[in-house]
Design a protein around this ligand. Structure first.
Ligand SMILES: Cc1cc2nc3c(=O)[nH]c(=O)nc-3n(C[C@H](O)[C@H](O)[C@H](O)COP(=O)(O)OP(=O)(O)OC[C@H]3O[C@@H](n4cnc5c(N)ncnc54)[C@H](O)[C@@H]3O)c2cc1C
Length: 448
């Protein structure tokens, strides 16, 4: 097959948005996915998307066919559901398949080529550089060559898992930094959900250790509900979901199941480098998910947008070296990665807390409701909160929790600062990673 400017491997949220931006910029681009046309973007998901992501990824407003439900707030429940935080924010429950189709059709109208029902097998590497991909479709094996390959095969990381181990982009992920989630879309037969514009997250370290369970209305009568757990614990989230369905009042009404499936997702700071020779990784393949709530579509879009802009500039300058593409790392890490890393620090702390600690913290409003949005979007616990915590926790005689929270806030700041100083060139990466690993090791040992 012919030579392309860019070969996009995987046409989920990351790959499709990359394809869309590249086609609109006039590049000769091809997207490949193992799924067929009716199942693109069909990976299991909660389907919740913050409205700001669409704007920030340079996409046009979502057409009505893509929006299943408009979201106005997220309710976060404490273990036992005694306390509820309401966090306001505009968002959607999207129809993923419809969104994929909408963007893909527009990309094709702008000249993109698409190869579906085709399995990518491996990267083509020549003279120390990725020059394309090997794939297998109905017509047999194919080779697709491009000046750049975009690795967007999601958590399976088909390409990056086959890159030379010494390339920083080949960095693996541990099961402690991974969640595994199972979800069903249920349709009530004689019940309407209260406040369908509010999606709900339930924290319960016994039912969903290291994760949470969710209840996201798609409409007054249909709901996307699921359970996510920390993968290293070896727990089956489907079994936990079934336990929930048997015991929780929200599932006591009559319903039928419209969809059911599970999948793993990364829940840590982004990959240390998203750039390699002839290849960039975006979306779940680059661990760009929000470590705290597991939302990954918006960040997959943003990474795809930055990657397309950076490629365009590199192409125009006639230099598609790692050095020239490095701006993807710098832009992503400083704009988004710094916050995600700080949230990763917070996530590690939360996963160590018991139901009783979390209930206590939420009941006493140790992090007040209005600060939850700030903390979860900015990756910071504000100074006023820390000052307030000093007073409350001393008064309540919980010095160990106070000390741990201070440690968390300190390392959130430290790691964020470190990401804001992400190296401008590949030459600085090694020492930057070394320091990052030291920060994490220190933090984990202080938390105990
Ligand atoms: C149960 C669950 C609930 C979630 N809920 C939410 C949520 O509510 N909101 C949110 O924003 N995020 C959520 N996420 C995360 C979100 O789904 C991902 O972050 C997002 O889909 C990442 O997009 P991606 O394009 O990087 O990867 P994917 O969506 O995984 O897409 C990868 C694409 O690559 C293709 N591919 C893989 N291997 C090959 C191969 N060998 N050959 C060819 N093609 C290949 C796949 O077919 C797929 O189309 C959830 C995840 C899970 C598991």
């Amino acid at each position: 097959m012919g030579e392309y400017d860019v070969v996009v491997a995987g046409l989920g949220p990351a790959g499709t948005v990359a394809l869309w931006h590249l086609a609109r910029r006039g590049f000769r681009v091809i997207g490949v996915d193992m799924r067929g046309p009716g199942t693109l973007w069909g990976k299991p998901c909660g389907d919740a998307l913050g409205a700001h992501h669409v704007r920030e990824a340079g996409l046009p407003p979502l057409p009505s066919a893509v929006v299943k439900n408009r979201v106005e707030a997220i309710d976060v429940y404490s273990p036992g559901e005694k306390v509820r935080y309401r966090v306001r924010g505009e968002g959607y429950i999207i129809d993923r398949e419809a969104m994929g189709k909408w963007l893909l059709e527009d990309a094709v109208n702008h000249g993109a080529e698409v190869l579906l029902s085709t399995h990518i097998v491996a990267p083509l590497i020549e003279k120390g550089r990725v020059v394309g991909v090997r794939a297998r479709g109905g017509g047999g094996p194919v080779e697709l060559r491009g000046r750049l390959v975009v690795e967007a095969t999601g958590f399976t990381r088909v390409l990056r898992s086959k890159l030379p181990g010494e390339w920083p982009i080949a960095e693996d992920i541990s099961s402690e930094d991974t969640n595994i989630a199972y979800r069903e879309v249920i349709v009530y037969e004689d019940y309407e959900v209260e406040e369908p514009s509010v999606i709900r997250i339930y924290i319960d370290q016994e039912l969903a250790p290291g994760g949470y369970w969710w209840f996201f209305p798609e409409s007054p009568t249909s709901v996307n509900a699921g359970v996510g757990v920390q993968a290293s614990l070896g727990i089956n989230p489907r079994e936990r979901y079934q336990r929930l369905v048997k015991t929780h009042r929200l599932f006591s009404r009559r319903f039928h199941v419209a969809k059911a499936a599970g999948a793993p997702l990364p829940t840590r700071r982004p990959s240390n480098s998203m750039v390699g020779p002839g290849i960039v990784a975006i979306g779940d393949a680059a661990y760009t998910v929000n470590p705290l709530h597991g939302g990954g579509m918006g960040y997959a879009f943003r990474a795809a947008y930055i990657a397309a802009r950076v490629f365009e500039e590199a192409y125009e300058a006639g230099d598609i070296s790692v050095e020239a593409l490095w701006r993807l790392n710098v832009e992503y890490m400083r704009a988004i990665g710094a916050r995600q890393a700080a949230l990763d620090v917070f996530r590690i702390f939360l996963q160590r807390l018991s139901n009783s600690d979390i209930s206590y913290g939420m009941e006493k409003r140790l992090i007040p409701e209005q600060d939850i949005y700030y903390t979860s979007s900015e990756g910071d616990i504000s100074v006023s909160v820390i000052e307030k915590l000093n007073i409350i926790l001393r008064g309540l005689r919980r010095p160990s929790l106070l000390a741990r929270l201070k440690t968390v806030a300190h390392y959130m700041k430290l790691v964020k600062k470190h990401y804001n100083a992400y190296p401008d060139t590949p030459a600085g990466l090694k020492s930057w990673v070394r320091r990052l690993e030291e920060i994490y090791a220190e933090y984990r040992s202080k938390l105990g």
